[in-house]
Design a protein around this ligand. Structure first.
Ligand code: PEP
Ligand code: MN
Length: 344
């Protein structure tokens, strides 16, 4: 259920509705929008009908939402959400370019790549300290030491950091060190991890599972939001198909599909999406053309020595071209790469 408040509803009127809903044992999620505030109601409804609040002062209407995702939907919030990642806005008119190595391998490697990302105009730095690898014998990441490296590099280059959490233990640490918590494709339906991410203080970058439908992706975001963390950013990273010329197939049509249904921003990751270095630049341009709010790409100065995902890592020089080209495509749509304007 969704309670839509009048445009001029006063804070105490919103508060009265929230209190009433919570007295009924339900959870109230006030979602302020550009025009009005809506209050999402979640939880199992008992005998009492929360629709009674229709008569409360300041309430415009009560809408029964038929689909199971509610807080992620444009019914809850018609205007686009803009999510601040360490002061860099994701969503809205700006475009973000997120770059970094698949894995944090050492301080020197991370520093070298971060410097190149910053110089080229990338706004966020991403690198994995906890790596979910297909083989238990592959490099698993540096763990907390990797997070320390990321935090050091953030200070050096003024680049907010995004990094993956793979379980509750790593999520607690990532929440402390990073500016944004990545939930990877393999964990998109790890519901206990999603609930924990919903209690985190930091925004969440939620990657689409490799065979997840649009609705499943929306419901995973709903898990996070229903716990009170409304700062969720989607990321399309390719799905499994019969095509074998790429690692995965980037499903670009999910971008306009998400935009119709949800107010949350969406990025595209053409690195995991294609698995091939030479396809990252063209698919980045295409991602922006279909309306993505940015791209997330893997960059390495020595890809042949990378401890993971070397074949899909682009060189720093290609990253610099990518930033320019993405900005040019964004310009056609009246958008642009916004420097870290809102940075406090
Ligand atoms: C990653 O971002 O390095 C990663 C493991 O991606 P995904 O979860 O999309 O496979
Ligand atoms: Mn990777």
């Amino acid at each position: 259920m969704l309670i839509v408040m009048e445009a001029g509803a006063r804070p105490e009127q919103i508060e009265a509705v929230v209190r009433h809903i919570e007295k009924m044992g339900l959870k109230a999620h006030p979602i302020p929008g550009a025009q009005r505030t809506a209050i999402g109601v979640t939880g199992r409804q008992g005998a009492k009908d929360p629709g009674i609040v229709e008569n409360f002062p300041g309430v415009k209407e009560v809408i029964q939402v038929s689909h199971s995702y509610k807080l992620v939907s444009r019914e809850a919030k018609p205007d686009d959400s803009v999510i601040s990642v360490g002061g860099v806005d994701v969503g809205g008119r700006g475009i973000v370019v997120v770059g970094g190595p698949c894995a944090v391998e050492s301080y020197d490697q991370t520093r070298t790549i971060a410097e190149a990302i910053k110089r080229a105009g990338g706004q966020l730095f991403r690198g994995g300290a906890y790596k979910p690898r297909t083989s238990p014998y592959s490099f698993q990441g540096l763990g907390e030491q990797g997070l320390e490296i990321l935090a050091r590099v953030r200070e050096e280059f003024d680049l907010p950091i995004v990094t993956e959490a793979i379980d509750e233990e790593s999520l607690n640490l990532v929440d402390q060190y990073a500016d944004c918590i990545q939930i990877g494709a393999r964990n998109m339906q790890n519901f206990s991890l999603l609930k924990r991410a919903g209690k985190a203080r930091k925004p969440v970058l939620l990657k689409r599972g490799m065979s997840a439908t649009l609705e499943e992706l929306l419901l995973s975001a709903e898990y996070i939001m229903s716990e009170g963390n409304y700062n969720v950013i989607f990321c399309e990273r390719g799905v499994r198909t019969f095509s074998d010329h790429t690692r995965n197939t980037v499903d670009l049509s999910i971008v306009p599909a998400i935009k119709r249904i949800s107010h949350l921003p969406i990025l595209v990751d053409p690195s995991h999406g294609t698995g091939k270095r030479n396809k990252v630049l063209p698919m980045s341009r295409a991602s922006i053309a279909v309306g993505a709010d940015g791209v997330l790409v893997e960059v390495h100065h020595k890809p042949e020595e990378a401890l993971s995902d070397g074949p899909q890592a682009i060189l720093p020089s290609t990253f610099a071209d990518l930033v320019q080209q993405v900005d040019a495509i964004a310009g056609v749509l009246g958008r642009s790469i916004v420097p870290t304007l809102s940075r406090a």
